[in-house]
Design a protein around this ligand. Structure first.
Ligand code: BGC
Ligand code: NOJ
Length: 816
């Protein structure tokens, strides 16, 4: 069952009924001012940091789930009837409804008794405000008198404090209202230099800034007393819950449309120029007033909205594929690329499942996200790499997270996740291959943000590799530390205290427990390092890394091999994890994927066996589960993984982040059918038709789909902010379609099923444009046998680097 459809032409998903199984959200903002918005206008906004600069209030895990947002109410002043064009919060049954989630904007609208209300929400590029462009149309044959109310609830800036410290909060709220603009200035008198504004383009009939006056005692957002009566109270908030609402009266002739622009924004003032007149306690508005005046003009709004659309056309234009499969094309060309940009902006901070209060930027997460967006925003990827590397420790180890505002390592979460350093090597390698910008390796970067400790970035990579070599266990495999990619495989933790964090507790000497997964990851990273070192003329490091990769491959093929698949780990007691010998958790997906991605077992039959075992033991119609059998008991020695009920999250859930590793492995092992089949199983666009089962948005990946052991097999959770976005993008575009940036050129190496024909790709790479046609007849399999660039035949399948700027090339590749 579907709740809408894709509009690929406009790059939108169109939701046609409001009662989606979960709120289906979208993101507003590109640089500093952001918001999340659901299909019924729920959500909130923040400046840079969803915890420390929260503009509007939102209560997670509410009933209904999604309550609080950017609500508009319309009231028919003849009949007194009122409703919300976004359905929520009044839930009036509407004559029609649609929500168009686009790239960086949403348009939500409906018709009720001949009155159409539609709002476009977006954040103009490089501005710290959001625009609501509201259009009200009278489709009746008689004139209409309509009252319009907008509304938001201000958050008292620090989202955690806002949710918890009521003895203080109920007394601190303050606003100013001037010329119909509502200014939220809680704590501005003292240590804050920022305030929020809520402005409206139309003359006001009134306003409200005190929630209780707007809603009325004991009432909710579904029936505000002010809307019911059709009259604002001009309330001025003192303490309690400051909010903003403007009341506008519209007279509409038959067929007439009127437009009202509403702005919600964030503004900072210099510390010594906060007040006007100086010495008063009144906000100095001289900087913000011109901004407000500018964006209240319809022509400006129209123009900056076009700019936003052009911005996305530019970013997405870097890679466009035309395969004939709508599921592949719309994900690669639109939604998966968009999701990668959202993970770049948000990391794991704010979504329907991440409260904006919890996690900072993951060291591992941020490096992996980079794989999905480096081709679109290489300059910002460069900056991101340098930020991440600056939090690295002198040992080569890493804080597991760092804070976006301070860019410093987060002590509360600490380090010791022994896979972290290897991801830095992979992130940097991806950047180098995409851009060829070797200068990044020479950038001086400190350790632990300590001035004076700078070394070239290259040395950080060297230490990343050395970090693993300094921490090998009894089988020559990497010690796991607190955990590896699987944050819930906590082999040195042994937690018996309720509420204790599995991620930060390491109460056993960590000298025995080893990870086969890190073994595979290390081989991949060390080989990348060898290539980087060689190009830099550092033969010694190149040899060291290559030798280390070879030795690790051996260790994985011996101690890491279980006969039919790769083992997962050795625990604190040196007992094997992920083996036939185990009662539960005999086989895990991560090492099957990662070891083969690193090239292990491709020559000696291990990869074939491991992939067959995945198919037999782990694959389901909804994707590949993480482990099998699921853990049914709490295993003190394994940690959080065994705390989840069977089939959820790391305990045998379909952890979508890991599935693309298997897709890539299948492609590398020359199994195109299997690779694409796994891709289609978790592809959100394919799953659109089972939206009642999948339940999350059909346009983006979710972190997890419930596995075969769960009662809700096939149900997705934790959409949007996951390494799933980057890795699926890599799997389909670089390994199945096979268009891969490399140090020396653009590889054209598709691995396609027999029933596929050829396809076309346009790709900007190192400043040149490549129009690529892959010729393939259905029925044919195999790799590229012949390649021409600009009509000239080239041996192999690597398109050489361009020699000058602005070149463009026609590339023809023939499969079979
Ligand atoms: C989740 C993991 C997550 C970890 C760290 C765990 O509860 O299951 O997916 O990575 O927390 O935040
Ligand atoms: C979510 C985390 O963000 C990611 O880093 C981790 O690898 C997975 N959970 C698996 O535990």
């Amino acid at each position: 069952m579907r709740y809408g459809h894709f509009d690929d032409e406009r790059r939108e998903y169109v939701i046609t009924r409001p009662d989606t199984p979960l709120p289906w959200i979208n993101y507003l903002g590109n640089e500093a001012y952001f918001g999340i918005i659901s299909n019924t206008a729920g959500g909130y906004s923040f400046y840079r940091d969803a915890r420390l600069r929260r503009l509007t209030r939102y209560r997670y895990n509410n009933a209904p789930l999604d309550l609080g947002g950017r609500y508009v109410y319309l009231r028919d002043d003849e009949s007194g009837e009122y409703w919300s064009p976004s359905w929520q919060p009044t839930q009036r049954e509407l004559d029609d409804y649609s929500c168009r989630h686009g790239l960086g904007y949403s348009i939500i609208g409906s018709t009720y008794k001949g009155i159409r209300g539609e709002t476009l929400y977006f954040v103009p590029l490089a501005e710290n405000l959001e625009v609501w462009r509201i259009r009200v149309t009278n489709a009746r044959t008689t004139p209409a008198r309509i009252s319009l109310f907008d509304s938001i609830e201000f958050c008292l800036w620090e989202a955690l404090e806002d949710n918890t410290n009521f003895q203080r909060n109920y007394s601190t709220g303050q606003v100013e209202v001037e010329d119909g603009v509502i200014y939220h200035k809680t704590e501005y008198r003292e240590r804050r230099d920022h305030f929020a504004f809520f402005a409206c383009s139309a003359p006001l009939a009134g306003f409200d800034t005190q929630r209780e006056d707007f809603l009325g005692p004991y009432r909710g957002w579904d029936r505000p007393i002010v809307v019911e009566r059709g009259a604002a109270t001009d309330s001025v908030a003192h303490g309690w819950q400051p909010m903003g609402s403007h009341h506008v009266k519209l007279e509409l002739a038959p067929g007439e449309t009127k437009e009202v622009i509403v702005l919600l924004g964030y503004q900072e003032n210099p510390k010594d120029d906060k007040f006007d007149p100086p010495g008063s306690q009144t906000i100095n508005k001289k900087r913000v007033k011109p901004v407000i005046a500018r964006y209240l003009q319809p022509a400006v709004v129209e123009r900056v909205f076009t700019d936003l659309r052009d911005y996305w056309t530019g970013l997405l234009g870097i890679l466009q594929v035309h395969t004939g499969s709508e599921h592949v094309d719309r994900m690669v060309n639109i939604w998966n690329a968009y999701q990668c940009m959202v993970t770049f902006n948000m990391s794991r901070s704010a979504s329907g499942f991440e409260s904006g209060i919890g996690r900072g930027m993951g060291f591992r997460d941020s490096n992996q996200d980079l794989l999905g967006f480096v081709h679109m925003v290489p300059a910002r990827a460069r900056e991101r790499i340098l930020d991440i590397a600056a939090t690295q420790l002198p040992t080569g180890g890493a804080y597991h997270q760092y804070q976006p505002l301070t860019k410093r390592g987060n002590n509360d979460v600490g380090g010791g996740f022994n896979d972290d350093p290897a991801w830095l090597v992979l992130g940097v390698a991806a950047y180098l291959k995409e851009t060829g910008d070797a200068s990044i390796l020479e950038e001086p970067v400190p350790y632990d943000n300590q001035p004076g400790t700078e070394t070239p970035l290259y040395e950080h990579l060297r230490r990343s590799i050395q970090y693993t070599l300094d921490r090998l266990g009894p089988h020559g495999l990497p010690l796991i530390g607190r955990a590896d990619w699987n944050d819930c495989l906590n082999l040195n933790c042994f937690s018996e205290t309720p509420g204790e964090s599995f991620q930060t507790t390491e109460n056993k000497e960590g000298g025995v427990a080893e990870s086969v997964f890190i073994g595979g990851l290390f081989v991949l990273a060390a080989n990348e390092m060898a290539a980087v070192a060689e190009r830099r003329g550092d033969a010694a490091e190149a040899a060291l890394a290559a030798d280390a990769a070879a030795a690790m491959t051996k260790a994985v093929e011996t101690a890491g091999w279980d006969g039919d698949w790769f083992r997962r780990a050795y625990d604190y007691f040196g007992r094997v994890v992920g083996s036939k010998e185990c009662a539960e958790g005999q086989i895990f997906i991560e090492p099957q994927g990662m070891c083969i991605v690193a090239g292990i077992g491709l020559e000696n039959g291990m990869a074939e066996k491991a992939l067959a075992s995945v198919r037999e033991r782990l694959a389901t119609p909804h994707g590949i589960v993480l482990n099998n059998p699921a853990f049914t008991y709490y295993h003190l020695e394994l940690g959080e993984i065994s705390t989840y009920p069977q089939g959820y999250k790391e305990n045998a859930g379909i952890f979508c982040h890991t599935n693309p590793w298997v897709m890539i492995a299948e492609a590398m092992a020359d199994h195109p059918e299997a690779a694409l089949d796994y891709y289609m199983r978790i592809n959100p666009s394919v799953r659109e038709e089972i939206s009642e089962v999948h339940r999350c948005e059909p346009y983006v990946y979710a972190q997890m789909i419930a596995g075969k052991d769960a009662p809700t097999h096939g149900e997705a959770k934790n959409s949007w902010l996951s390494g799933t976005a980057a890795w699926n993008f890599v799997a389909i575009s670089q390994w199945i379609l096979g268009i891969r940036a490399e140090h020396d050129g653009l590889r054209i190496d598709p691995v396609l099923p027999a029933d596929w024909g050829g396809f076309k790709v346009s790709r900007w790479f190192r400043g040149a444009k490549y129009e690529i046609t892959v010729h393939k007849s259905t029925g044919v399999t195999g790799r590229v046998a012949r390649l021409t660039v600009g009509g000239r035949e080239i041996s192999g399948n690597l398109v050489p680097l361009p020699t000058g700027p602005d070149e463009s090339f026609d590339v023809e590749a023939f499969v079979g």
